[in-house]
Design a protein around this ligand. Structure first.
Ligand code: NAP
Length: 515
């Protein structure tokens, strides 16, 4: 039976010890919490800085927020939802789904909400993680980071940005108290978030300036509401929903051939995108401005039927001159033009390869994740473990990201792997488990070799997929079923392990080789 963890119980404890701490309760952390509960594991806790489950779907409440992957695929395989109202669900519906799954599987009691993890430090003597939070200190035998890559908003480093006197907010921290209607608004950025925000607000603001640094590629959004007979079929006819899910999965997986293996094939998508652009933007000058100059797929392919028509409106301007400075009431571009605005929305993405969270995690040799990544780049093993960080696992770690299909599929693969790792840890009486650096290096060499021929490396763009060393440390370079295959079982042989017996025999915890 689960024990309720309330603020009071935690506040009154000096340091609480847990078998496992999970940090973050988006799709990933919540999914793992459900799996551990199903395995009958009790002694774990999810520390979540927000006041509810949902992660990115809780935080991104900007107007127009919706998913780019059809919901029948973008959902847990163990919690299909026949009630999706349309093919590409909006944020509110996805967040309601995630909350309903947390309720259905009764895992809310395993969460400590509004709990901000401020640090995690490996203690080699106790072989435990020491986790500090705004709600007290914890120790844990194992920690799973499930914070995700898209959680720390990235504010642009623009001269004078702090002197702006009007309303100012990031897309992922939308200020719902602010009414943009009738105002002069600037949106900085033209990524996946911006292209949803722009059409959602263009009709109600007085004027909208869209500051574009790089024109994105856009494809049609095949979105439609599900008809009642379809929803009834999903609900009542066995297999229909699974079949629909499988069909979406298979169709999307074919994109991997062009994206990762043979980029010239992406020309077909490019032709489709160009035809759309020609159809939806009347003004030839504007058409030229928003025509991308890199191979499609190099940056995430965006889907929208409303973005180009919004740019084509009389009250919307696309500004491409580059921002020189922000002043109290205006934005000045590099050509010297000053445009007055009442509000600025920055849709400038997230700290993906340089997350501030990395600075607070200290591993075996006393170095932080930031320092380790500075040295070797953001590398890990199967996106789930990182050398120098014993007894720590990662959901959504290095090189598990995707642009073409459902991240929930990758997350569930990792849940298989990490749940099996935690069970192995227990069953074998392990004290420490750390991926071998040589295994991690070999894994990454193979990964980077595959990536060299991908469109993300050859497509002629700068993207957040690449780290400061120029390596793609965010994306999975192959079919997703291949990732599912390599994460099916925890491969303990890839790890250095120690047991309690080693600890008593050898104070330095000598390494035992896995059988
Ligand atoms: P993003 O893709 O990183 O886009 C950021 C945008 O801001 C880019 O256009 C970038 O220009 C621009 N930018 C960044 N710094 C700038 C600066 N200093 N000056 C001017 N422009 C600047 O961020 P996002 O749109 O929030 O999307 C992030 C990810 O979230 C997506 O790739 C996707 O994985 C996910 N997402 C998904 C959905 C969905 O499913 N519908 C929706 C939103 C987000 P450059 O291109 O020149 O760098």
């Amino acid at each position: 039976m689960s024990r309720k963890v309330t603020d009071n119980t935690v506040a009154n404890q000096p340091t609480r010890h847990l078998r496992t701490i999970i940090i973050g309760s988006g799709f990933a952390g919540l999914g793992l919490a459900i799996r551990l509960t199903q395995q009958g594991r009790e002694d774990f806790l999810v520390l979540e800085r927000g006041s509810d489950v949902g992660g990115t779907w809780r935080d991104n409440t900007y107007p127009g927020a919706a998913c780019d992957v059809p919901s029948h695929l973008y959902s847990y395989s163990f919690a299909l939802n026949p009630e999706w109202s349309r093919s590409f669900s909006r944020q509110e519906e996805i967040q309601a789904y995630i909350k309903s799954v947390a309720d259905k599987y009764n895992v809310r009691d395993k969460h400590l909400f509004d709990c901000d993890v401020t640090g995690a430090r490996w203690n080699a003597e106790t072989t435990q993680w020491e986790v500090t939070t705004n709600k007290g200190d914890f120790t844990a035998d194992t920690v799973v980071s499930a914070v995700g890559a898209l959680c720390e908003p990235n504010l642009p480093d623009i001269k004078g940005i702090n002197s702006f006197a009007g309303e100012f907010f990031h897309s992922a921290r939308w200020n719902h108290d602010s009414d943009l209607a009738g105002k002069r608004v600037a949106v900085i950025g033209t990524g996946a978030s911006a292209i949803q925000i722009v059409p959602a607000i263009a009709g109600s603001v007085e004027h909208l300036d869209v500051y574009q640094r790089t024109a994105p590629w856009l494809l049609p959004r095949m979105d439609r509401p599900y008809l009642l007979p379809e929803r009834l079929a999903f609900k009542h006819i066995p297999g229909v929903q699974r079949l629909s899910r499988a069909a979406i999965y298979a169709a999307r997986e074919t994109q991997v051939v062009g994206l990762a293996k043979f980029p010239p094939l992406m020309r077909g998508f490019e032709a489709l995108a160009k035809a759309k652009l020609a159809r939806e933007i009347r003004d030839p000058e504007l058409r030229k401005k928003v025509t991308p100059n890199f191979r499609i797929g190099c940056k995430r392919m965006l889907i929208s039927n409303e973005y180009y028509p919004a740019l084509d409106r009389d009250n919307v301007d696309v500004v491409t001159d580059g921002i020189a400075e922000i002043r109290a009431n205006s934005i000045v571009t590099k050509d010297g033009t000053e445009r007055e605005v009442d509000a600025i929305v920055v849709a400038t993405g997230f700290h993906v390869t340089d997350s501030p969270a990395y600075e607070t995690i200290y591993g075996r040799d006393g170095r932080s994740l930031t320092e380790v990544f500075d040295d070797i780049g953001q590398q890990g093993y199967k996106g789930s473990a990182i050398a120098n960080f014993p007894n720590m696992f990662f959901l959504l770690g290095p090189n598990v990201g995707l642009g073409h299909t459902s991240m929930v599929y990758m997350i569930e693969s990792q849940i298989n792997y990490i749940a099996d790792a935690l069970a192995t840890f227990e069953n074998r009486g392990l004290r420490t488990v750390e991926v071998r650096r040589s295994t991690q290096d070999a894994y990454n060499s193979a990964l980077q070799k595959k990536l060299t021929k991908s469109v993300w490396s050859t497509g002629g763009c700068a993207s957040w997929y690449l780290d400061k060393h120029g390596n793609n440390t965010t994306l999975w370079p192959d079919f997703t079923f291949e990732f599912r295959r390599i994460t099916r079982k925890f491969d303990v042989a890839a790890y250095d392990t120690t047991t309690a017996a080693d600890a008593s025999a050898r104070p330095d915890l000598k390494v035992v080789t896995a059988p």
